[in-house]
Write a protein that binds this ligand. Structure first.
Ligand SMILES: Nc1ncnc2c1ncn2[C@@H]1O[C@H](COP(=O)(O)OP(=O)(O)OP(=O)(O)O)[C@@H](O)[C@H]1O
Ligand SMILES: [Mg+2]
Length: 252
């Protein structure tokens, strides 16, 4: 069996006159953490949303393993979304239910586990994200960093093969960023692949096996973190310049 989990071929997507993706080609291997970088508005979130069928693409194909998934109807997407999980940019917690219910939600929706089994899984997950004992707190009681961790916990509770991490560390302080990166590392160690969308170049370099840059509707650059940091590629230089990052200063 192939070691490719996701394949995107010639994906194109526009919103009206606004062409976002012209010809995206991308593969994600089993166990791989792929960094997806690109300036704001280049379509990173749209690409992640397209993978799980929250956006319909105009042309091209998306495969999960050998199964084509871009043309599935809503009911058929349900099982796909247990294997490919999207960690929303803003955590997307349900504000009217507590932390336990937020994290357990996919288990009630997608499994036949008993309440006791679900409780055990949620408690394990809370330990993984460093929020032991916080089950009865409401989302409004949490800091931004904690909300992100709860959102992440909910997106990984079904043990997916792939997690699509949409800016999981955006807006977080260094300590909370480190917490999230550690959780992502642990997921990777247990064999879960990921696509990591971020503007944080050091974070991408730290956890990714491979990094791509999306620009003007195509994957304009691909390389290992080491390649990226030593590259003289025009797209890479422009991206670093636009991000005015500490690493960019090092490169200048
Ligand atoms: N539902 C929609 N209808 C119309 N335009 C949309 C829709 N969703 C996204 N867009 C447009 O698609 C473009 C890409 O958006 P997207 O959110 O994917 O960017 P991004 O790369 O994730 O940016 P950021 O780094 O700021 O999160 C933007 O111009 C956005 O306005
Ligand atoms: Mg985005």
């Amino acid at each position: 069996m192939s070691d490719t989990l996701l394949t995107i071929e010639h994906l194109a997507k526009s919103f009206g006159e606004n062409t976002i993706h012209r010809d995206i080609n991308l593969k994600l291997k089993k166990h791989e953490m792929l960094g997806l970088l690109g300036n704001s508005g280049t379509g990173k979130s749209v690409l992640l949303r397209s993978i799980i069928g929250l956006e319909r693409i105009d042309s091209g194909k998306i495969y999960y393993q050998d199964k084509r998934i871009d043309n599935l109807v809503e009911d058929e997407l349900f099982p796909v979304r247990t294997k490919i999980s999207y960690a929303f940019q803003n955590g997307a917690l349900f504000d009217s239910i507590n932390i336990f219910e937020n994290i357990a939600y996919p288990l009630f929706e997608h499994t036949k586990l008993t309440f006791t089994e679900i409780t055990a899984k949620v408690e394990n997950m809370l330990a993984l994200v460093g929020l032991e004992g916080k089950t009865t707190l409401m989302p409004s009681d949490l800091s931004g960093g904690m909300r992100k961790r709860v959102g992440l916990a909910r997106s990984i509770i079904l043990n997916p093969d792939v997690v699509l991490y949409d800016e999981p560390t955006a807006g977080l302080d260094p300590v909370n960023t480190e917490n999230i990166l550690n959780i992502m590392q642990k997921m990777k160690e247990t064999g879960t692949a990921g696509i990591f969308v971020t503007h944080d170049i050091p974070a991408a370099v730290k956890v990714c096996d491979r990094i791509v840059i999306i620009d003007k509707g195509i994957i304009a650059y691909e390389g290992t973190p080491d390649d990226l940091m030593s590259s003289d590629n025009e797209i890479v230089n422009r991206f670093f310049k636009d991000h005015n990052d500490e690493y960019a200063k090092g490169k200048a």
